[in-house]
Design a protein around this ligand. Sequence first.
Ligand code: TXA
Ligand code: MG
Length: 328
Amino acid sequence: MRPAEATECARQTRVREAAARLAAGKLVAFPTETVYGLGADASNPAAVARIFAAKGRPADHPLIVHLPDAELLEDWASEVTSAARRLAACFWPGPLTLILPRAAKVPLEVTGGQNSVGLRVPAHPVALALLRTFGGGVAAPSANRFGRVSPTTADHVAEELGDAVDYILDGGPCQVGVESTILSLVGDAPRLLRPGGIPHSALEAALGAPVHAAGGDPGLRASGLLASHYAPAARLELCPSASLPGRWDALRAGGMRVAVMTLGALAGRDWPGEAMPGEAVAYARRLYAALRRLDGQDFDVVLVEAPPDTEDWQAVNDRLKRASHRET
Ligand code: TXA
Ligand code: MG
């Protein structure tokens, strides 16, 4: 056997093992192109309950069901419009979650008691292999404890969840790095509930119709919509480039331990922190790992050089805004 074949063989063995754990009602963490998910058999309410226990997540926060193929849409949603079909055809496998009316077979434990369900076909080859081998729907939130940033490597998952997860499938670092775009097709008009890997304008182009951002609909519970959902432990502060040096000096003068997350190089300044890419896709890919590293270093404040307010930065700006939010 050639080395490449041996590697492929080992991968298949791990995928089969993970699928067997899912079938036995266990929790399996797996890679997707966005972030790592903490999966359980979506048709097994007891298995789904274990997800909430492992994450410390309130039971009324709905989970996304991951499917191996868009052809299974009809099994999981009671009504699949032509718009839903078009979006699935355009963006699946990929970082788009569609909220659709729930089919009767979807346990209410998965949907947090709601009559809608979030569905997506992820683009990661290991996720697809797992879903195909398992053959059903896998309910999976991001594999972090409630309120923490999502994991983008298998090591992050192990640090976050330890023994609370039965099996971790390692698929390398996630390529998108922030969670999927969530589009609700329940109600009168399509609504963007969470910006992510698929840009707003691409959704509008595929639908041939405007897509509005979610308002404060009290009937919708999406934990990604909580203002402080992605909060790391250090205080994050967004700061325009021009004010960065002044703000640094002021915080340091106040005795604070300060790190800086810059857009591009640290420009000759001797600041501790992370020099992030100046381009949005590359920045998103590295965002959560950077926040985790900074969080582990005992800084009081992380000064984040604010990215441009343009569409390509929408998902990153959304996560930075939430991470910098503090309940008052
Ligand atoms: O990229 C992703 O979406 C990752 C990977 C693992 O697929 N998953 C993820 O799951 O981010 P989670 O649970 O961390 O975030 C899913 C979001 C939550 O804000 C949840 O409230 C929302 O989707 N959601 C799920 N079902 C919903 C529904 N029926 N109605 C409204 N929001 C829903
Ligand atoms: Mg999450």
